[in-house]
Design a protein. Structure first.
Length: 310
């Protein structure tokens, strides 16, 4: 668990101690792959899926990137039906080489990157607000609202991430990130474990401020796939925003300058990798990229940032 290693934390901005306390994390000794039993999905879970989906559908149409909306369409993701991995995963595999795998929850770094290196994307087999969620977190204080939960539930994983994996270029970007992560956790360079943890945190920060909570400049032509034109200067691509009604509403209000709750900052790799974050609050900043290709280029060109040697 990298959070136990703090020797280099003084090099970070915005350090939040105990930031993931409460979330159950699965490691190698746990039973984490859970074969989806589609017939066991309850009526309550189906209702929650529909409710979450319906609440965000208009905002996602208006603010999500073109490749995301095209991915939803191509995957055939439906508001009416809980995602069936047996149907969705082969479509994702054909499009980008990635496979969706059903897991019990939040995986530790080693497991997550090990799967990424095989183009396997973990999807948590639980949804916020359900009885299963309540049972998993009985006695634990953790946000469990329609609007947001720090637990990576199926709504976040499918509605936020999976549609992107219908795009080959995006899939390659995520694979490159995963490959760096896997190289780090395998530690073939023989770094001190404090240093390994520090570099993994660099990568976490990058992931957080980009594909989890990043935004980008409005792309020309993207309105062609929308029912309603985008009325802000940004597109919201981070999956953490796309799966949270409150976060999306906050981002749109800040883009419209009706709120200054969160800062809009130009994307800067060196700043992003040293900036920590908080799982449990609306983000206080969003980094704005130019485009997906510029993000992928920046990642490739700055690979050394993830192999800091102390
Ligand atoms: Fe995520």
């Amino acid at each position: 668990m990298i959070y136990a290693y703090t020797k280099f934390d003084h090099l970070f901005f915005n350090v939040r101690p105990n930031v993931i306390s409460g979330i159950k994390i699965y490691g190698r000794d746990d039973t984490y792959p859970i074969e989806q039993d589609y017939n066991a999905i309850t009526g309550e879970e189906q209702d929650i899926w529909q409710r979450l989906f319906r609440r965000l559908i208009d905002a996602l149409d208006q603010y999500a990137p073109k490749i995301y909306l095209q991915g939803v369409e191509a995957m055939g993701l439906s508001m009416d039906l809980w995602p069936n991995f047996a149907e969705l995963s082969p479509k994702v595999k054909a499009a980008s080489g990635w496979k969706l795998v059903s897991v019990a929850g939040f995986l530790d770094e080693f497991l997550f990157f090990e799967l990424s290196a095989e183009r396997k994307f973990p999807i948590t087999n639980i949804v916020r607000q359900s009885k299963h969620f309540e049972a998993k977190y009985e006695g634990v204080t953790i946000s469990n609202r329609n609007e947001y939960t720090p637990e990576p539930d199926i709504f976040h994983d499918i509605r936020g991430h999976a549609s992107y994996l219908m795009n080959r270029d995006y899939g390659d970007f995520l694979f490159d990130v995963g490959e760096v992560g896997y190289e780090l956790v395998c530690n073939e360079r023989g770094f001190d474990l404090q240093l390994v943890a520090h570099n993994v945190k660099h990568l976490q920060n990058f992931a957080w401020w980009t594909y989890e909570f990043g935004i980008m400049k409005k792309q020309s032509g993207s309105d062609s796939v929308r029912q309603s034109p985008n009325d802000i200067d940004h597109e919201v691509y981070g999956s953490g925003i796309l799966s949270s009604y409150d976060e999306l509403r906050n981002e749109a209000a800040c883009s419209k300058k009706r709120s200054n709750a969160s800062e809009m900052l130009p994307f800067d790799m060196e700043e992003v990798v040293i900036t920590r974050f908080d799982y449990s609050e609306i983000q206080d900043r969003y980094y704005v990229i130019e485009s997906f290709s510029s993000l992928h280029d920046a990642f490739r060109e700055n690979r050394d940032l993830f192999f800091y040697e102390g």
